[in-house]
Ligand binder design. Structure first.
Ligand SMILES: Cc1cc2nc3c(=O)[nH]c(=O)nc-3n(C[C@H](O)[C@H](O)[C@H](O)COP(=O)(O)OP(=O)(O)OC[C@H]3O[C@@H](n4cnc5c(N)ncnc54)[C@H](O)[C@@H]3O)c2cc1C
Length: 747
């Protein structure tokens, strides 16, 4: 029986405490000889040996490519919850180079002497099974609840999950007896016996037992790699290779681990024997038609969603399916839970075009385009559809220092952009949160803490590279495809996938970053006062207002935060003074800092949003008394726990209304209201409607098509419909505030 696993070769090295450097040097020899993994026995009661975890960590630090594994871990002396963390940690530190070999125990006198509990062989198998379940559960960090397990041998009560390993760590089980073999078949990723403990025929019997157990739970036996600890089976490398090739072809062994503490033996094994075995097995597999492809597990196949031609995903594009280890970290976005059927992560414009072509072959499925995953509408994930996730297109490069021209990929985040530009004394006006992605924000507007002085992010765009709905890759600027260039600045999600942006950025030095909290008795009066103060402030001041609904028994607190672009403390204080006088201050912090430091406010790790976002957005010319009264009443209703007024105006209004697709540039403020109940939110939002002129797409989650007409003034919408008809007539991009293409004759 040949399971077709790609062949691997490893070393089994004695962790001798007498010469602690020796196992480390041998590991380095193994790596230099081209071996795939280095493994160590684990006998924590044995004073002649180094502690295995400590040694593995040390070896991981002193090597760079070889994988590392215990062979096998003594689970009775290592609490599984701690093993889960230790394994994930070494996997992260070694960048995914860890495999976990597990054993049920043995040497019970020694285990008891170390404070462990003596178990019968049967009990030890049950204990190992519980440990396996627990370890895997603790690695599932997309779940938020703590882990509870009430096993007979292992109990945890609310253990926190994580860290999540860098890759799907395979669990290889050291098994000989029927119950252990059955466990390996049901739950293991590999079977790891030692040839020295096997009788002729045992490999075949063991394989059969594992295969039967695997099939009994619906697994494909090929999901379980067969590893084998071996000695030097023949002095002659050719003969040695032939014996291993037979073990591969007849007994399905995919990984050979040579026990040797002799550097010369390891070198010959890696340099002479391993290539010879690969050649012999490759030739025979070719003749028999056995493919050495990795197998997608039956569980992963069962998790596939209907209607997606998974097997036709273009070669080379990273594809993550519902049953894959990484899926939990890519299914949701910051604001919304999701369950897409396929997440494609292209790494070049051509791959984006290929991914789009694949998506176009599934016209009935939702298609989401994702850059940083912070879309407030939540449309960068979906249920059962396809996501084109641009996180790997995240380059940030200076292309012309004299003109301060930079090229930025859509998958970069604004914290990263600020950090890179900051090294040159530059900044690009963005949003206020460093976790937001470039792609979503820079195709919609970009209202940030430098807005009044430097305008919107889109106002700095000089050119872009776009993959169009028909798959063509175009460069657009003011002179090339000018309509497209106009449209991507405000309605980009509707006309293509932007794969690179070229921005002209500003020189920005030290800035004052203010965070002020006020106790406010009269919310309407405060809102009005804030509006007046902003409108009379110089453009170097951009302050946003943030508050929420009333909290029983607590005063209303309103926060102002933002930037005064000055490195002079007196100027900063003078600029803030009119705001500080609006109401009693209960907290204040004003720092002289840099834009990158202001933007270093985000966790850039995986997003695990849940449920649906409910956010409404509008633009207003001024904070009029009538608006302020209506907003205060809305807040009193309790339906809006998050309410924001952002200063726009200033440089935003310097740009002509017709210059970009972003609408209503004369507005001085952007309003956003978030709630958990969409009906209550809408009812309250309607009370503001009379005061609102326009809407900022990036802060709204409404699915009502008529809201598109609120975002774009009639002339802009008409032009957008014509551009849509020219560039996306069949509405490939329709999942995020879809614009109807103009009729053929109008276009
Ligand atoms: C915590 C937080 C703070 C925010 N602060 C601000 C702020 O200060 N100022 C501001 O203006 N906005 C702000 N936003 C809103 C933000 O700008 C938008 O939600 C933006 O769409 C997020 O970009 P993203 O790439 O992270 O989003 P994603 O979720 O990846 O994308 C959002 C949508 O944009 C479209 N899209 C994404 N990438 C591309 C691309 N490359 N080409 C074409 N279309 C694309 C898709 O339709 C997608 O559904 C904030 C959002 C959050 C969650």
């Amino acid at each position: 029986m040949d399971y077709g696993h790609p062949l691997e070769f490893g070393a089994f090295i004695t962790p001798a405490a007498s010469s602690p450097e020796a196992p480390v040097l041998l590991s380095q020899v193994a790596e230099a000889s081209g071996l795939d993994l280095v493994t160590f026995q684990d006998h924590p009661y044995q004073p002649a040996f180094l502690d295995t975890w400590t040694l593995m960590s040390f070896v991981a630090a002193r090597t760079s490519t070889i994988r590392i594994a215990p062979n096998v871990l003594n689970v009775p002396l290592r609490p599984p919850a701690v093993v889960a963390r230790a394994a994930a940690s070494i996997d992260l530190l070694s960048e995914g180079r860890f495999d976990l070999g597990l054993g049920a125990g043995g040497f019970w006198d020694a285990i008891e002497a170390m404070g462990g509990t003596r178990l019968t062989p049967g009990q030890a198998v049950t204990a190992l099974e519980e440990a396996i379940d627990l370890i895997r559960e603790l690695w599932r960090t997309d779940e938020r609840r703590g882990v509870f397990a009430d096993g007979r041998y292992h109990r945890v009560h609310g253990a926190k999950r994580g860290p999540r390993p860098a890759h799907d760590i395979p669990l290889h089980i050291g098994a000989y007896k029927p119950r252990m073999l059955a466990l390996t078949g049901r739950k293991g990723d590999g079977w790891l016996p030692s040839l020295a403990y096997l009788q002729p025929g045992d490999l075949a019997k063991g394989n059969a037992a594992i295969d039967e157990a695997a099939q009994s739970v619906g697994r494909d036996p090929r999901e379980i790699r067969r590893l084998l600890n071996i000695g030097q089976l023949a002095a002659d490398p050719g003969e040695f290779a032939e014996r291993l090739a037979r073990l591969a072809l007849e007994d399905g062994i995919g990984t050979f681990i040579l026990a040797a503490d002799d550097p010369n033996l390891l070198q010959r094994f890696g340099e002479d024997v391993a290539p010879a075995v690969r050649e012999l097995v490759g030739a025979e597999r070719g003749a028999r038609g056995v493919s050495a492809a990795p197998v997608r597990s039956a569980a992963a196949l069962a998790a596939r969603r209907d209607g997606i031609a998974y097997d036709d995903v273009p070669a080379g594009i990273r594809a993550i399916e519902p049953g894959d280890f990484d899926y939990g970290d890519v299914r949701a976005t910051y604001m919304r839970g999701g369950a897409p059927g396929l997440v494609l992560q292209p790494d070049s414009p051509q791959q984006v075009a290929d991914a789009l072509a694949f998506a176009r072959r599934h016209p009935e499925l939702p298609l989401a385009v994702r850059s940083g995953g912070h879309g407030i509408s939540g449309r960068s994930t979906n249920d059962g559809g396809i996501v084109i996730d641009l996180r790997r297109l995240n380059e940030i490069a200076v292309i012309d220092a004299d003109r301060r021209l930079v090229r930025i990929g859509p998958g970069a985040r604004w914290a990263q952009v600020a950090a890179v530009l900051g090294e040159h004394g530059w900044a690009l006006t963005s949003g206020d949160y460093g976790g937001v992605g470039v792609g979503g924000l820079a195709t919609a507007g970009g209202i940030g803490l430098l807005a009044r002085e430097h305008g919107l992010t889109i106002d700095h765009l000089r050119a872009a590279e776009v993959v169009l709905a028909d798959g063509s890759i175009v460069r657009t600027d003011a002179a090339t495809h000018p309509d497209l260039f106009w449209a991507i600045r405000g309605a980009g999600a509707n006309v293509g996938v932007v794969t690179a942006f070229e921005f002209e950025v500003d020189e920005v030095g030290q800035v004052g970053y203010a965070q002020l909290a006020f106790q406010v008795d009269d919310v309407a009066e405060f809102l009005e006062g804030y509006g007046r103060a902003i409108e009379s402030a110089p453009r170097d001041v951009t302050l946003f207002l943030l508050t929420g609904g009333p909290r029983p028994g607590q005063p209303q607190v309103v926060r102002l935060y933002g930037i005064v672009d000055s490195d002079d403390p007196d100027t900063i204080i003078a600029r803030l003074q009119p705001f500080a006088e609006l109401a009693p201050l209960v907290q204040q912090s004003v720092q002289l800092t840099t834009y990158p430091q202001v933007m270093a406010n985000a966790d850039l790790g995986p997003q695990h949003g849940a449920g649906e976002p409910h956010s409404r957005s509008g633009l207003i010319e001024h904070v009029t008394p009538a608006f302020a009264e209506a907003a205060a009443r809305m807040l009193e209703s309790g339906a809006v726990p998050f309410f924001q007024l952002r200063a726009v105006g200033g440089a935003v209004a310097d740009v002509a209304e017709s210059a970009t697709a972003y609408g209503n540039r004369s507005a001085k403020f952007a309003v956003a209201a978030l709630g958990s109940n969409p009906d209550r939110l809408d009812a309250q939002w309607r009370t503001l409607a009379a005061h609102i002129d326009g809407m900022y797409l990036s802060f709204d989650s409404s699915l009502r098509p008529e809201r598109v007409a609120e975002a774009f003034p009639p002339a802009t919408l008409e032009r957008l419909r014509a551009v849509k008809a020219a560039y996306d007539p069949t509405c490939v991009f329709r999942d995020n505030f879809a614009i109807e293409p103009a009729e053929a004759d109008a276009a």
